[in-house]
Ligand binder design. Sequence first.
Ligand code: NAP
Ligand code: GDD
Length: 344
Amino acid sequence: MKKKAFVTGVTGQDGSYLSELLLEKGYTVYGLVRRTSQFNRQRIEHLSSGNQSENFKLCYGDLADSSSLNRILEKTNPDEIYNLGAQSHVGVSFETPEFTSDVNGLGALRLLDAIRETGIKTKLYQASSSELYGKVVEKPQNENTKFYPRSPYACGKAFAYYITQNYREAYNLFACNGILFNHESPRRGENFVTRKITLSFAKIKNGLQEKLFLGNLNSERDWGYAPDYVRAMWLMLQSDSPGDYVVATGKTYSVRYFVEKVAQLNGFNISWEGEGVNEKGVDVNTGKVLIEVKKQYYRPTDVDYLCGDYSLAKEKLGWEPNVSINELIEIMVKSDNDLIKKLK
Ligand code: NAP
Ligand code: GDD
């Protein structure tokens, strides 16, 4: 029989790639969408209008609205649920801590309780995050590393992580936490650092922007490729028993490295001058200042270093990342340069 999946966060980066994967595998996909004042379905437009459109259905609701979740689960009775919906920007979570905690933390509980209330037989994937490790207590981080959340975003995700485990134990629910490290793509939101850098350099190269303003250049991340990571989500729900898994590349690079590499692919050669908020990135060939540091992009508490150990996912799920950091950067640079050329 054809499997059915319910995906929250379907309009987001991961929701769109996961929906593609599920449709390819023959699922019917139900996606949760919110009412927005402007059309925000660019990432899934091709699925709504393509030859798979009869298998791709959208339902209005919200993770802040329990009754909408109950109604959708009753109506659709999905075999698998992927909870990807979230206020996913860590920096913004300091400005909207209550809203972020409500959607990211209580939202997960609302979904779990809707499963319990409706009594449907299903499996749940919860989008947990490497942000849980925060001020890391060991390197690299694995499933046993102690959490030290450093933002309202991470605190909300910590609640979601533990309540998912609790419902698994209390109600014998097949529920998994994917502790995913940063993953990027051409569909990444424009105010996350990687996309901000690739898009800005495409604009600078084409004369549409003068400078790029950034925050903490020394922050280090374990960056992977989003399509690789949604495959891990699906594999978790195909496993014999539920569990929690780190999904990462095991390699770490700084924001500074990401900038230098993107600049180089766009024909610039960056040299750094000054320190802290006075630091600037100068193009050696022209002497032009292309990067400046702005205090507003610093966070009250940041996560300085992340590096994941994905051995368990490799052993139990047979999962491994396929795309390296330099391949990821090339994919994103090409995509944003094509985009800007079309707009010009
Ligand atoms: P994203 O592109 O920002 O997408 C977030 C999605 O959540 C959007 O579809 C958004 O809908 C939806 N959403 C926001 N508030 C909602 C609400 N109140 N009710 C229902 N849906 C809501 O994020 P992503 O990068 O795809 O990440 C997917 C999930 O993985 C998130 O939970 C994120 O926290 C988590 N995660 C991401 C990473 C990463 O590196 N990407 C790593 C670890 C964990 P609108 O389009 O209507 O805003
Ligand atoms: N966004 C942003 N903008 N970040 C900047 C900037 C800037 O101008 N300048 C420096 N950074 C630094 C941030 O301070 C952070 O240390 C790092 O770049 C990465 O920031 P983001 O790209 O915003 O991602 P994130 O690591 O905070 O959060 C992402 O990954 C998490 C997994 O670890 C999000 O996708 C979260 O939803 C996800 O859970």
